[in-house]
Write a protein that binds this ligand. Structure first.
Ligand code: NDP
Length: 327
């Protein structure tokens, strides 16, 4: 079995390649290929964090696997990623474990890659202004991901802790040779933006529907469990809704569940999977004034497809640490 660490994943998984890889995985999933149960997890004693496990299988004859990780908000206090663990992938013929791939890097890249894919397919073609809410790992990878799919002229960053926002803006300006403005509140970030990415661990809404303007596209990334919400129900009411997987949305997306409970939307509310657009079963955006929302929940097939690509490249280039696991 090959062990592939964080920096090796970053080297082997460029954003553009990851976008193509998750596109294939999501298109296949929407065609009914592969297996994708809902994620499960354990709230640890004293609420110090969550242990989560996400199994899945790509299409028949392709690898299957599981991502196991801890999600600890306070990991940042120790200079660590909030998502730590591994993606283990298995050979579909013999059932052999092939690789254990560091999950933090996979999660950072594949999540932003899925948002990039959604943005490419749904945001206006002329979108040039980006607002990112949050200044953590996902905010960082979303700057890179959005630049990969639209020639952005303006990027605005807002987060709860200004020092974090300023640090991220300085780091990303140096990396991408682009101007990034740090703003004091959500409204200033969002006003006139074409693309908005919400990437926070907020438990209560930070983005209100009243701030949305015609033609905007929102990637809502941060709230992964029903008790968390980054969006108020007005966002759900105003926007045409897209997601990575319908079953995950209806079971895990707090603002969608809340909007249903409050009667803001009903069970017939239109929800389109990104895979359906990729399979030409839905046109995506239908007018320049439409407000679109991509609600990302995050799927194991995205992790497994990305880990498989990393594994194949690691084998080709002789990267990683091989161990005789079966011994
Ligand atoms: P980080 O810990 O790196 O960053 C979290 C960010 O959220 C920080 O900028 C923090 O602000 C901000 N934040 C935390 N609490 C609040 C709050 N109450 N109000 C406003 N902002 C807040 O986390 P990640 O970037 O790794 O992950 C962000 C979120 O995305 C998490 O909720 C995570 O579960 C989710 N996620 C979703 C995935 C998907 O596939 N959809 C995949 C991976 C993660 P500050 O700067 O003040 O610290």
């Amino acid at each position: 079995m090959l062990i592939i660490n964080h920096s090796q994943v970053r080297e082997l998984l460029p954003m553009s390649d990851c976008i193509a890889t998750v596109a294939e995985a999501l298109a296949a999933l929407s065609r009914g290929e592969g297996l994708q149960p809902l994620r499960d997890g354990l709230l640890l004693p004293d609420h110090q964090g969550v242990l989560a496990w996400m199994p899945g299988s790509l299409a028949s004859g392709k690898p299957f696997g599981i991502k196991v990780l801890s999600v600890f908000d306070r990991a940042a206090d120790f200079g660590l990623d909030s998502h730590q663990g591994g993606v283990m992938i298995f050979d579909p013929e013999q059932g052999r474990p092939l690789a254990l791939v560091e999950a933090g890097a996979i999660t950072a890249v594949r999540t932003a890659a899925v948002s990039a894919l959604a943005t490419d397919r749904i945001a206006r073609k002329d979108a040039s202004t980006l607002a990112i809410l949050g200044a953590g790992t996902q905010a960082r990878s979303h700057v890179e991901a959005m630049l990969a799919v639209r020639p952005l002229k303006q990027i605005r960053l807002w987060s709860r802790t200004t020092a974090n926002t300023e640090r991220l803006a300085a780091e990303q300006m140096a990396k991408h040779d682009t101007k990034i403005e740090v703003v004091a509140d959500v409204a200033s970030a969002v006003e006139g933006a074409d693309i908005i990415c919400t990437t926070t661990s907020a438990r209560e809404p930070i983005l209100a529907g009243e701030l949305l303007e015609p033609g905007m596209h929102v990637n809502a990334v941060g709230a992964s469990i029903p008790s968390m919400r980054e969006l108020d129900v007005d966002v759900v009411r105003k926007a045409t809704l897209f997601t990575d997987r319908r079953e995950s949305l209806t079971n895990e997306a707090g603002e969608y569940i809340r909007a249903l409970e409050q009667g803001v939307i009903d069970d017939d509310h239109s929800v389109t999977e990104i895979g359906e657009i990729l399979n030409d079963a839905h046109p995506g955006r239908t007018s320049t004034r439409e407000i679109t929302l991509f609600r990302s929940l995050g799927l194991a097939v995205e992790d497994i497809a990305s880990a498989q690509l990393v594994y194949e490249r690691a084998v080709q280039r002789g990267i990683g640490t091989r161990i005789d696991f079966a011994g």
